[in-house]
Ligand binder design. Structure first.
Ligand SMILES: [Zn+2]
Length: 182
């Protein structure tokens, strides 16, 4: 797993620590309180949905005239959410932090299939709603070759999805707001 090496370690590490603290705070404030050891993929999804209220990324509903419009010319009442890139990066950091804190990889709730599927759905939805294709950005496109998509047996994630992404947002969740929330 050398996927995250593009981020300078110190920044990544401190971000990871903040993310981990935020999640711990979330567990503490959870009603009923939730122990990390009992945390499942479903709880992680709950956490991700909870984060949406602090999002700053406009995601247009299909009925919005700006649906699929990357740069809408006017305001609209569609909700703000966390950008997919931010969530994806966040989950990557939390997943690593969980194991660094002694969690068993098999029991890692951030690696749960439900979480992967959710992220993929968010990506697809936001790609449509915002008219942005979330492709890995290559420095320079080599001349187009036939699209070779590697799909795993049974369509299970080929993992190319989990490598480091260029995000259109800063890829960082705003922790100040989060912790003041309760
Ligand atoms: Zn809209």
């Amino acid at each position: 797993m050398a996927a995250m090496t593009t981020t300078p370690p110190s920044r990544y590490e401190s971000q990871k620590r903040r993310d981990w603290n935020t999640f711990g705070q979330y567990l503490k404030n959870h009603r009923p309180p939730l122990a990390l050891s009992r945390c499942s993929g479903a709880h992680v999804l709950e956490f991700l949905r909870y984060l949406d209220q602090f999002g700053k990324t406009k995601v247009h509903s299909p009925s919005c005239p700006f649906f699929g419009h990357p740069h809408p010319p006017a305001p609209c009442p569609c909700p703000l959410k966390q950008a997919w890139g931010s969530l994806d990066a966040l989950i990557g950091r939390l997943r690593a932090a969980f194991e660094e804190h002694g969690g068993q990889p098999e029991a890692n709730p951030f690696g749960a299939r439900a979480v992967r599927l959710y992220l993929r759905e968010v990506r697809d939805t936001q790609a449509k709603a915002r008219g942005i294709a979330y492709e890995k950005k290559k420095r320079k496109r080599p001349p187009l070759q036939g699209q070779s998509k590697s799909v795993g047996v049974d369509g299970s994630c080929s993992n190319s999805d989990n490598s480091h992404h260029e995000t259109d947002d800063q890829g960082v969740i705003d922790h100040v707001n989060l912790l003041m929330g309760s």
